[in-house]
Design a protein around this ligand. Structure first.
Ligand code: ACM
Length: 553
């Protein structure tokens, strides 16, 4: 009887470990195991952060922590290297035997010290993010805050992510965003323990990356004469030239910035559709070398696409060679979505090629295109990602599928033993309304609340265990037709991206919306200090809901 009572208590206690965090703790995404303990660790005036090894990445994590603590408290901690923590100090230790994987970490807070242990610096970085979220929210302040008791509630955390790929996407073609904003976006990705920034660099409305071998891509392809304003149905345009692109130096700077924060930047170079900005400068890669193709300022899907000519493959290989030099990412995204086949159907060249290659329709011709690109990318030791249309006409041997038109594409890929990243529109498209449209700035349409985003389960029961392993992660997509300024991007992205971050990190059994919402209330105060214009932020009142949206101030 006594034994069963003890067992019951043990079960209840362990259940509590995976349930709601009490008010002293508000970590997002929710850690897999958090044991709450009484007492606090008080930050001393002369705090030392000790790192266990002479390791550049480890040191960088300590530097980032020192920088943030220094900024908010006004007292920058010192950093030391050694096998023992300083008295009343913070200790980062690498332990290759740690069983929590490359991204996992253990965080112990006692009244005497804070210890973060991980097998890799990336795990230490995530341990550091959790530590910051255990501190008073003012630790996120950009200037020193007086009158705060800088203390950390005691606890033991063992934590690791559910999915290996936890991404956020940003379209910089429809609207262009500065390097500074991109860095802020990356900071916010890292804050939420997401590890991938999918940078949508090219589309019909603008080519945004300098390619040395093809200067017209930016000289012509990065500019447009006008842009749609207001609702799509109104078909109204401004008369303002619009443009922008990132130089290769700027790209390198962003990639290095992201690397320091353990964010991989996956570039997307769209083909064979969404390519008007290519054809504007290089029309010979399309249906007709004499055709004038503008960089369009209209939204949608267009019939002018790249043709599967040898010249086009040479072009793509040259472009991808420069892209792969700039981006060390394993994955290279080649788009592959929404490629109308009208021009291919009408082309003698395309029909002839299909006959020669034994391709039964234009979908197979698109597969032929994508397979050749896959072969090239794979030959360079990288892996290709494409939107789910690349399944049509047969999946290329090494492709990873990004499922956006619902979940079926991702599931079909998994059933074919291909990896898939889930970004279904109903749950992951952060360009939809998040409340009654009458109260909101214009969006593309649809409705996705934070609660719905939070409810997303990327692995349906219909997959076998082996197939389920091919669902490698989840991503929020941010298409910017209507997001004309950074504040508007932030408004649309947050807090829905915070919900998706927890979908990507926290086991399904530990997720609970009411508990998330309580932690989100605290987290919003952090976002306020980080000057993030999230939906519902107090600073929203400076943000007009009328079109055109002017700058906030
Ligand atoms: C997409 O939204 N066209 C991938």
């Amino acid at each position: 009887m006594r034994l069963s009572l003890l067992l019951l208590l043990a079960v209840l206690f362990s259940a509590q470990l995976s349930c709601a965090q009490s008010a002293r703790y508000a970590i997002i995404p929710k850690p897999t195991h958090l044991r709450e303990q009484s007492g606090t660790f008080a930050l001393p005036a002369n705090l030392t952060i000790t790192v266990s090894e002479t390791d550049a990445q480890m040191r960088q994590v300590a530097e980032l922590l020192a920088e943030q603590l220094g900024t908010a408290t006004g007292r920058r901690p010192s950093i030391a290297t050694g096998k023992r923590p300083a008295k009343q100090g913070i200790f980062f230790a690498l332990n290759k035997k740690n069983k929590l994987g490359a991204e996992g970490y253990e965080l112990r807070v006692t009244p005497k010290q804070v210890t973060i242990t991980a097998s890799e610096p990336q795990g230490l970085f995530y341990g550091m993010q959790s530590l910051l979220q255990l501190m008073p929210v003012e630790v996120f302040s950009p200037t020193p805050v007086a009158g705060v008791t800088w203390a950390v509630p005691c606890c033991t955390i063992e934590d690791q992510p559910r999915f290996a790929y936890r991404g956020m996407h940003l379209d910089v073609s429809r609207h262009f965003f500065s390097v500074d904003f991109v860095k802020k976006y990356i900071d916010l990705i890292a804050l939420h323990k997401q590890n991938t920034f999918h940078w949508h660099l090219t589309d019909d409305q603008g080519w945004r990356i300098e390619i040395k071998k093809y200067p017209l891509l930016t000289q012509i392809g990065s500019k447009r004469d006008h842009t749609m304003v207001g609702r799509y149905a109104d078909n109204k345009f401004d008369n303002k030239p619009y443009g922008g692109f990132y130089t290769q130096d700027e790209i390198r700077d962003v990639v290095a910035y992201a690397q320091k924060r353990f964010v991989t930047v996956v570039p997307e170079i769209e083909m064979p559709g969404h390519a008007m900005s290519v054809l504007a400068g290089y029309p010979a890669l399309g249906s007709n070398p004499d055709k004038i193709v503008p960089v369009t300022g209209k939204w949608g899907v267009f019939e002018d696409v790249l043709f599967p000519r040898e010249q086009t493959f040479q072009f793509e290989e040259d472009v991808l060679t420069e892209v792969m030099d700039l981006f060390p990412s394993k994955y290279i995204h080649i788009g592959g979505d929404e490629c109308p086949k009208v021009q291919w159907k009408e082309s003698r060249f395309c029909q002839e090629l299909m006959r020669k290659e034994g391709l039964k329709d234009e979908h197979e011709l698109q597969s032929y295109f994508i397979r050749r690109i896959d072969k090239f990318i794979t030959s360079k030791g990288r892996r290709m990602i494409g939107w789910d249309e690349i399944l049509e006409g047969g999946l290329s041997p090494n492709a990873t599928v990004m499922s956006w038109r619902g979940t079926e594409g991702g599931l079909a890929a998994a059933r074919q033993n291909h990896d898939a990243i889930m970004t279904p529109g109903d749950f992951c498209y952060l360009d939809k309304y998040q409340a009654d449209p009458k109260t909101q700035p214009i969006t593309i349409g649809g409705l996705l609340t934070t609660e719905k985003a939070y409810s997303y389960e990327p692995v349906p029961d219909s997959l076998t265990t082996a197939q389920a392993k091919h669902i490698i992660g989840v991503q929020g997509n941010v298409w910017t037709e209507y997001m004309i300024i950074p504040e508007y991007v932030e408004y649309m992205v947050f807090p829905r991206a915070v919900a998706l971050a927890e979908v990507g990190w926290t086991p399904k059994k530990d997720k609970e919306y009411a508990d998330f919402n309580r932690r989100l209330d605290v987290h919003k105060k952090r976002l306020d200090l980080l000057n993030v214009n999230y939906f519902g932020a107090p600073i929203n009142d400076k943000f007009t809901y009328q079109w055109p949206v002017e700058t906030k101030k």
